[in-house]
Write a protein that binds this ligand. Structure first.
Ligand SMILES: [Fe+2]
Ligand SMILES: [Fe+2]
Length: 291
């Protein structure tokens, strides 16, 4: 016989259903994005063909051009056409970019449920992406591009949970600050699910590769990421080590590296902070920024 649920469990249950329903109702990934991803996988797709498909979506085309001309990525500002941009960036980077553009639409909005100002989510995501790629290279992880995507997308679940945090549970996040719990612990208590899990459902809905789905889901809990433990651990470390100014940091709440991340990657905290220091110095020297 099923045990009757406590009132609290029933409330959580209803909240979870409501949240999951909102993911079901989410817009599917735009057709053009799926077409670009598919064409990148087809053997023999030319840069011209791929750039034609990208050109069908103005925002995507603008993003690709911007990335190809970005001094931040170490390229000179001389790429005028999409075809040139595709050739310069290479198929791997285009794949990352296309996924990122699709998922990050809306990342620049204010997430008041998390007390994040407009732009906070975007800058935290980009900083995590850059750090994840840096650490991945430093430890010879075979796919640094993948680390970039995982870093960029790790917190997408917050865009969905924000709505619920805003409407009903703002107090939870204030009490979280007082108790210095992490956001995901507080979310589990309040919503029955956390942003990492919700993010992985969004990634599934958009048919992202398994390695990304898992590293989003387990970025606070990498030991459970199965064969994708290493990428989840890199993301977990990058999330905590992104150099951000103290004011943003306090809004973003507690971010800590899980001990399991060090174990999975066979690193110690001193090694990671040395890598972080190198990264900060590099970006300061080359771009005059700590991010
Ligand atoms: Fe997170
Ligand atoms: Fe994060």
């Amino acid at each position: 016989m099923a045990t009757p649920q406590s009132e609290e469990a029933q409330i959580i249950d209803r909240r979870v259903k409501k949240i999951l329903r909102s993911i079901e109702l989410m817009r599917p990934i735009p057709m053009v994005i799926t077409r670009v991803l598919r064409s990148l996988d087809e053997p023999g797709s030319s840069a011209g063909y791929i750039s034609e498909i990208i050109g069908l979506d103005q925002a995507l085309a603008a993003n690709v051009l911007q990335a190809a001309n970005s001094a931040f990525l170490g390229y000179g500002p001389s790429c005028a056409t999409l075809k040139e941009a595709v050739m310069r960036l290479g198929y791997k980077r285009i794949r990352t970019l296309v996924l990122a553009v699709a998922a990050s639409r809306g990342m620049d909005q204010t997430l008041s449920g998390y007390q994040m100002a407009a732009g906070d989510m975007w800058s935290h995501s980009v900083a995590t992406a850059v750090a994840a790629q840096w650490f991945a290279r430093a430890i010879n992880y075979p796919e640094p591009e993948e680390a970039y995507s995982a870093g960029l997308l790790h917190d997408i679940g917050k865009m969905v949970l924000n709505k619920f945090a805003e409407e009903e549970y703002r107090w939870v996040f204030n009490s979280q600050k007082r108790q210095s719990a992490t956001f995901w612990e507080t979310e589990r208590k309040a919503f029955g699910v956390d942003h990492a899990y919700i993010g992985s459902l969004m990634a599934q809905k958009w048919t992202f590769p398994m390695v990304l789905i898992n590293s989003i889901q387990f970025h606070h809990d990498p030991v459970n990421a199965g064969q994708h433990k290493a990428l989840a651990a890199i993301t977990n470390i990058a999330n905590a080590f992104t150099p951000v100014d103290p004011e943003t940091l306090s809004r973003l709440g507690n971010r800590k590296v899980e001990d399991q991340s060090y174990e999975i990657l066979n690193l110690n905290p001193d090694q990671v902070s040395a890598m972080n220091q190198q990264m900060v110095t590099y970006y300061k020297m080359n771009f005059g920024t700590g991010r």
